[in-house]
Design a binder for this molecule. Sequence first.
Ligand code: PSU
Ligand code: MN
Length: 301
Amino acid sequence: MIRTCLHVAQALAQREPVVALESTVLAHGLPRPRNLEVGIAMEETVAAAGAVPATVGVVAGVPRVGLERAQIEHLATAEDVLKLSTRDLAVPLARGTDGATTVAATMWLAMRAGVRVFATGGIGGVHRGADRDVSADLTELGRTPMLVVCAGAKSVLDLPATREALETAGVLVAGFGTDELPAFYSAGSGIPVDVRVDGAAQAAELWRAHRDLGLPGAMLLCVPPPAEHALRADEVDGAISAALDAARGEGIRGKEVTPFLLRAVAEATGGRSLEANVALLLNNARVAASVAVAVARADGA
Ligand code: PSU
Ligand code: MN
């Protein structure tokens, strides 16, 4: 039922490195037309680093691992693209409609297609406030053994609670050249990771060990945002408080919360959070590809 595109299927058959990419960040996380540029640039970044990109999404009722350019364009521009977590995947399949996959749904589909390395921006987590809004990304990370490369979780979330939830879920949290969980827009959160790795070779070694143990959970490789685009924690904090107040005031709930907060923070920072977001997405794609290359090399040795 899951359709793997030809070049991804060929790469997997030949044990070449493949990196999965999500589509919710394109359809719902970035403003148009920047979203399409970034979607294409992420694929190109993965390819330039020697791996095969596989953007994941649902197009006209078909779940796909590896989208063609026109399909990426479609998800980045069409109206009424659903935001899909794992639980929602059946909806566009039954109706023959379109959907963009979050971290959770991307992991579900990519894993079943045989792709084990995935690059994204930030994972969902435990939201602040009294709503008890907890992203299903955490559930999926706890039961799907993939290497997920990210810049931590956005500081719009409750980062200490998210960190605890990752631990409970059995997710190994590694820092890429850092001892701290990155806070997405900014480099540090003060929250320690489980383990630090320096460079793609060390990251690949740790991931291969984690994978070969057969543990059910993911390994999160947390990469700080590129220094030249990172924001200072104190400047993001003000924008985030304002965004959270606005979300509360407007009664934003459920799956609308994350896209709303991202937009509000971008407005409040005069677009600088958006530049940080784009820079870290491309950086994570590059790091994921370099680790995937190291994994494939070590597996073949
Ligand atoms: N982080 C971002 N941009 C995004 C997302 C996260 O910087 O667009 C998306 C991802 O697809 C993530 C999803 O899986 O938001 C989490 O949404 P929720 O909190 O509703 O589970
Ligand atoms: Mn939620």
